[in-house]
Design a protein around this ligand. Structure first.
Ligand code: DP6
Length: 335
């Protein structure tokens, strides 16, 4: 068996001599959008490099996401701020970010300022967009001359879903087959859908009990239904791409909603079970199904938390707001 590559080997191979680039003298800033998967990434074939079992497809949230400022500092440790608040060195957030920067730092330490314009409680505020924005900022700081695919690979090393936040619009993260993951990166779908809206329906601000990283691992390891997941994703993904190309909201929404429910079903069958839904989550699902029966074209998707993300078109906005008045509306193609 060939030895699995470490993250650091991947970066050395992809950057070559550029790993020795000097940083530019001024602070840099980069933005990356958050993304919502319409066909989910759930389960890894390799954990060190975050290589997925399947491809996945997401929509990036336009101007909603994370901005990262990066500056080289004279210090023995990184200094991190999140939404203007210093992040203590003993937190999981700090440790994960610093471990990621270790891969790229050479001999430099950084002041990292991450700010998100999405409610942290939405459960998508910092992870994917945060790692992607850090990679884009590192790219500016060290002036790497690398293709976008390489930046997506680097973001994946921080968090799988971050691979998709390097790009705007609809994005497919191709699973790839290689053990080094050099063919596992995100590619944009060449399409704009101006009238598409995503609504963030936030019920619960509390931190989740189990994060997506551990939850997907537990699902792969113990759920009797996980075996059915890869084939389902393959067919959902194919249908989803057709629906998106046709700008068919009903078809796209139905596949996204069904795919999310199927992902949650694999988790529910894990041992012990993982259930992110709360009573408010289920009530909202029932509400959405009633709205559809009444002719309002709205669908939901759900990630590793109780909150829902709604999919609809501009023409349904007023109807949707009548039922969910506190919805945070995102237009992925507004700019
Ligand atoms: C439910 O990307 O957070 O949001 O690769 O371990 O960092 P790691 O996992 P992460 O998982 C995201 C899971 C999901 C589905 C998705 O975004 O596709």
């Amino acid at each position: 068996l060939e030895r699995a590559l470490k993250k650091i080997d991947v970066i050395r191979l992809l950057l070559g001599k550029q790993i020795q680039n000097l940083p530019v003298a001024h602070p840099v800033q980069a933005f990356a959008p958050a993304n919502i998967a319409l066909c989910k990434y759930w389960g890894k074939r390799e954990r060190e490099l975050n290589l997925p079992q399947t491809s996945s497809l997401s929509i990036s949230l336009g101007e909603k996401g994370a901005t990262t400022q990066l500056a080289v500092i004279e210090a023995e440790a990184d200094v991190v701020f999140l939404n203007d608040v210093p992040v203590p060195a003993n937190t999981e957030f700090y440790r994960r970010l610093v471990a990621f920067l270790d891969l790229f730092r050479n001999k430099y330490y950084f002041k990292v300022t991450i700010s998100s314009n999405l409610p942290i409680a939405a459960g998508l505020a910092t992870s994917a967009s945060g790692f992607a924005a850090v990679v884009l900022a590192l790219n500016k700081l060290f002036q790497w001359q690398v293709p976008k695919e390489t930046l997506s690979i680097f973001a994946r090393l921080g968090s799988g879903s971050a691979a998709r936040s390097i790009t705007t619009g609809f994005v497919e993260w191709q699973a790839g087959r290689l053990s080094d993951g050099f063919d596992s990166y995100a590619v944009a779908l060449p399409l704009r859908w101006e009238t598409l809206c995503v609504g963030l329906l936030i019920f619960n601000q509390a931190a989740k009990k189990i994060g997506s990283r551990d939850a997907m691992q537990q699902t792969v390891a113990t759920s009797p239904f996980y075996a059915a997941w890869p084939a389902l994703v393959a067919s959902d993904l194919e249908q989803l791409k057709i629906a998106i190309m046709d700008k068919n909201l009903s078809k796209m929404g139905f596949i996204a909603e069904s795919n999310a429910l199927a992902m949650h079903a694999t988790m529910q069958a894990a041992r012990p079970a993982i259930i992110y839904s709360e009573p408010a989550t289920i009530s909202a699902m029932q509400q959405i199904w009633q709205m559809r029966e009444a002719g309002i074209n709205v669908f939901f998707t759900q990630d590793a938390g109780p909150n829902l993300k709604l999919l609809f078109e501009e023409s349904a906005l007023l109807d949707v707001l009548q039922f969910f008045s506190k919805l945070e509306i995102v237009r992925p193609f507004s700019s």
